[in-house]
Design a protein around this ligand. Structure first.
Ligand SMILES: [Zn+2]
Ligand SMILES: [Zn+2]
Length: 213
């Protein structure tokens, strides 16, 4: 995949309103600075850096590491309604073969924050003293969107547990662990026939008689 240069956007209206930004990337949004009245809404666009995400003991990196985000802020009578939309492409190891796995994440999530609420569902973890920690929200939303098993392909054949070869690339001669031991004699015969026919091709003389019809 071609690596796009990290987006370096000029400061948008949100930055002019005094929101913390690093290298033009949005880190947090001071929702008070949007000067919204009850019922008023404002969309803040920006770019956010996504740190590597750790999942199943492996690191997954967004590529590019800076993603475009749209955040809608609605002022309620006694709080805020927040909507975050973004997309990210991630790359990291496949859990079966350790090859490259590519993931795409499309995020559209909302949070509600009611002032003085005692119900945790009415609180937003990312809104502290009217400052929305958007970079943290983006990272967590992408992490929650990761699949339960990360694979390079849903049909990934994985590594051979005996010799460690990548079965997507090489067909090793190790016994397949999924063969029922009662059929192992048949598997051996099949392997002998396979070797026999290979010998036929090379020497025309085989210890195993193969009827080729
Ligand atoms: Zn794989
Ligand atoms: Zn093997």
């Amino acid at each position: 995949m071609a690596r796009r240069p990290a987006a370096h956007k000029a400061s948008g209206p949100a930055s002019r309103a005094g929101n913390p930004a690093v290298d033009g990337r949005l880190v947090a949004i001071d929702v008070r600075s949007l000067e919204l009245h009850s019922g008023g809404a404002r969309r803040v666009d920006g770019s956010v850096h996504v740190d590597a995400l750790r999942c199943g003991g492996q690191d997954y990196q967004a590529e590019p590491a800076t993603v475009d985000v749209q955040c809608e802020v609605v002022r309620l009578v006694n709080g805020w309604h927040l909507r975050l939309r973004t997309q990210a492409d991630l790359r990291g190891p496949c859990w079966r073969c350790l090859g490259d796995a590519h993931l795409h994440s499309a995020i559209d999530v909302t949070e509600i924050a009611i002032e003085g609420a005692e119900d945790p569902d009415m609180e937003c973890l990312y809104l502290v003293d009217d400052v929305l920690e958007i970079a943290d929200w983006v990272r967590d939303a992408i992490a929650e969107d990761l699949p339960s098993t990360i694979l390079c392909d849903e049909d990934c054949a994985g590594l051979c547990p005996s010799c460690g070869e990548n079965r997507n690339l090489v067909r090793c001669k190790c016994a397949r662990p999924d063969i029922d031991p009662r059929w192992s004699g048949l598997a051996e015969l099949a392997q002998r026939l396979e070797i026999g026919s290979a010998d036929d091709d090379n020497a025309g003389d085989s210890a195993v008689d193969v009827d080729e019809d």
